[in-house]
Design a protein around this ligand. Structure first.
Ligand code: NAD
Length: 363
């Protein structure tokens, strides 16, 4: 069959390598910026201040208030501070929380964002924003929030605890896995997905064995870049929907939830996604069953095994299954509340993944 597809490249510059953060002042100048607001989480304030110091007069201040899922009050405060301090850009240093705050400012004021990711979540590669108001997270795609430049400096990830590194890496893997069976997958993006999975799956055990191994950290960042770019280029399916519902409804921790759900969501979809299974199998070292292999990888990395240990009550299973099946969305296999409930029961209990039903919709 002749291929037909549309591929849209995203405009951004990537600077990659140990010590590359020293080029940040050059980047600020090249983008024509004069005063940039540095954003980070409270836990990374020292790093944020060091970045601001390196920028000297070009730093408009440091806001160390970023939080998971970008609460609207914090987004408002950041937008006000950007206006008051005459900032013409932002530097977001940290994981998806800090970068998400930069995106919230960009969405309203159009200020360019420079992202300095220190986790493997992948937000720096996407035009996807999210803001949470009264417990409800709104998300959208807008090219204004896509970071103009991204600095991958593995030295900044050395302090990321190995347990956080492992779950964050599983979060990145999830983007690439779903990118392989996305309705808008393209040959280039599928290559990036397969290589991102291969790179991360081999780097993460080395990171967990020795968090100070800068080569392993560098490889993990390369994998995270590729997986994040897949997230930015494709439409996600069942796995991301489930994690969104679990996080939004029960406030389960983001990366840990991804780590638990991924093998189960993949097992559900595998019978209807033969091309993705074949690419995954190669990327994971000729794995006979990629879902099982990812479950094993999580075990080796010491990631949480069950939704129960993340604090989910068994009584919530039917409600979450109904919510995840409520609105139609692209998925290789038909999504039914019963199918999701069976999948979730295993994820909740920490059982190994299995395909629960026969295929009902071809890819
Ligand atoms: P995070 O940014 O909340 O960071 C997790 C914790 O790790 C924080 O306490 C942070 O201070 C700490 N930390 C980060 N880097 C560190 C380092 N190098 N050393 C020590 N501590 C460090 O977590 P995350 O998983 O990166 O991001 C999750 C958020 O990002 C969620 O809100 C999620 O919805 C969002 N996200 C968005 C996209 C997108 O495309 N829009 C993609 C992925 C994730």
């Amino acid at each position: 069959m002749t291929r037909t597809f549309t591929y849209q490249a995203l405009p951004m510059r990537v600077r990659f390598g140990a010590g590359v953060l020293a080029q940040l002042p050059d980047e600020v100048a090249e983008l024509g910026l004069h005063r940039v607001l540095v954003l980070c989480t409270p836990g990374q304030e020292a790093t944020g201040r060091a970045v601001a110091d390196a920028l000297g007069d070009h730093a408009a201040g440091v806001l160390a208030r970023a939080r998971m899922h970008v609460p609207v009050e914090i987004a408002r405060r950041a937008r006000d501070l950007a206006t008051q301090s005459d900032a013409d850009g932002c530097v977001a240093v940290g994981g998806g929380s800090a970068i998400g705050l930069g995106k919230a400012i960009a969405l309203e004021h159009g200020l360019p964002v420079i992202a300095v990711p220190t986790t493997y979540a992948g937000s720096e590669m996407t035009p996807v924003w999210g803001v949470t108001d009264n417990g409800v997270k709104r998300t959208g795609r807008d090219e204004r929030v896509l970071p103009r430049s991204v600095f991958y400096d593995p030295e900044l990830t050395l302090a990321l605890p190995t347990a956080t590194s492992a779950v964050s890496g599983m979060n990145a893997l999830a983007h690439a896995v779903e990118g392989l069976y996305a309705p808008d997958a393209t040959p280039l993006v599928s290559l990036m997905a397969a290589e991102g999975i291969r790179t991360l799956a081999t780097a993460l055990p080395r990171v967990v064995a020795d968090g100070t191994d800068i080569d392993a950290r560098s490889d993990a960042q390369l994998g995270a870049w590729l997986c994040g770019a897949v997230l930015g280029a494709t439409t996600m399916s069942l796995h991301h929907k489930l994690c969104h519902v679990l996080g939004g409804t029960l406030d389960l921790p983001h990366a840990q939830t991804h780590a638990v759900v991924l093998p189960h969501a993949l097992a559900y979809n595998q019978p209807a996604a033969p091309q993705a299974v074949s690419a995954l199998s190669s990327a994971l070292g000729a794995a006979a069953d990629p879902a099982e292999e990812l479950w094993e990888l999580g075990r080796r990395l010491g990631t949480p095994r069950s939704l129960r240990e993340l604090g989910m009550a068994e009584a919530d299973l039917p409600r979450i299954a109904d919510l995840a099946a409520a609105d139609p969305y692209a998925n290789p296999r038909e999504v039914t509340a019963d199918g999701i409930r069976l999948l979730l029961e295993r994820a909740w209990a920490g059982d190994p993944p299995v395909s629960t039903r026969s295929v009902s919709k071809p890819q």
